[in-house]
Design a binder for this molecule. Structure first.
Ligand code: G3H
Ligand code: 13P
Ligand code: ZN
Length: 312
């Protein structure tokens, strides 16, 4: 089937009490690992591309990789989404270039400016059959080249969401409830707790409306340990506990974004492989297990965290 939007995926996920995984793609092995896991577990999937991914791999290469995945898995519903669209022009380029979903990230702008920018993207996207994710509230962490210090992050204000969604016409809303981007989300020794009270208040005000969680990698400690054991240095890397993500997936949260866990899976695999095979130099030898590590991680998320297995 051709690329789909997230509309039907989110309707089914909301009804079914699960979430769709949105995984960032940057190269062939990542696209293959994710889509193989989704197809084997009968789960719809969102492949998302950041501004940085477009700069790294080039729009055309990424489109062709996704087209190849569609050809390999003709029954798998795949949405192609722009992650953290920074401006109207980038969103327009992705809409014109074949994406079925875009995010306009106006979360760092004042409320009225965020509304104006998001609405401009929605108007253009909807005229072209594309859906739009907007964001209200600010996550901490690193996304593309923007670093938001913990002190400058702010939870979404539930009293703002109805007006924001009504005036922008967006199709889904990313909110800030304590997740953050990157591999260092919480201080070692603290107890990571998402603000489920904020999530509940938002979903009460927007019945039936799909909510999105960014910064939702769980930073599996086995990856961190492997990286540290084989020459890496990632002390204190901590993610969102999986049981909290599972709880979120059962609520109005219909899309959960995962990128750092992909990076960790690949890095752990390659570091271990290199250490154990110092004489190997064929990239296929170490990229093959790295691709398998992505697939295994995504399959684990689909079954144990998102709950989206056997939903197509
Ligand atoms: O939230 C940002 C994603 O992890 C994408 O990261 O901009 O380094 O591709 P990137
Ligand atoms: P992580 O850094 O937690 O993987 O978040 C990814 C993300 O939100 C992409 O938009
Ligand atoms: Zn994000």
């Amino acid at each position: 089937m051709p690329l789909v939007t997230t509309k039907e995926m989110f309707e089914k996920a909301y009804e079914g009490g699960y979430a769709i995984g949105a995984f960032n793609v940057n190269n062939m092995e990542i696209v293959q690992g994710i889509t193989e896991a989704a197809a084997e577990n009968n789960s719809a999937v969102i492949l998302q591309v950041s501004k940085g991914a477009r700069a790294y791999a080039n729009h055309e290469y990424l489109m062709k990789l996704v087209e190849a995945a569609i050809a390999n898995y003709p029954d798998l519903p795949i949405a192609l989404h722009l992650d953290h669209g920074p401006d109207f022009e980038t969103c327009k380029a992705c809409i014109d270039g074949g994406f079925t979903s875009v995010m306009i990230d106006g979360s760092s702008l004042p409320f009225e400016e965020n509304i104006a920018l998001s609405k401009k993207v929605v108007d253009y996207a909807h005229a072209h059959g594309v859906v739009v994710e907007a964001e209200l509230g600010t996550l901490a962490g690193i996304e593309d080249d923007v670093v938001v210090e913990e002190g400058n992050a702010s939870y979404t204000k539930p009293e703002e969401v109805e007006e924001f969604v009504r005036r922008t016409g967006c199709d889904s809303l990313a909110i800030a409830i304590g997740t953050s981007h990157g591999a260092y989300k919480f201080k070692p020794g603290t107890n990571p707790e998402l603000r489920f009270d904020v999530l509940e208040e938002v979903s009460k005000r927007l019945p039936g409306f799909p909510i999105v969680l960014h910064g939702a990698s769980s930073v599996p400690q086995e990856f961190v340990d492997t990286i540290n054991e084989y020459g890496g240095a990632m002390p204190g890397a901590i993610g969102v506990p999986e049981d909290q993500l599972r709880k979120a997936a059962k609520s109005a949260v219909c899309k959960i974004n995962i990128d750092s866990d992909i990076r960790l899976a690949i890095t752990a695999s390659i570091r271990q492989y290199m250490a154990e095979h110092p004489d190997h130099f064929d990239p296929r030898q170490y990229l093959k297990p790295a691709r398998q590590a992505v697939k295994d991680m995504v399959a684990h998320k689909i079954v144990n965290v998102l709950g989206s297995n056997d939903s197509i």
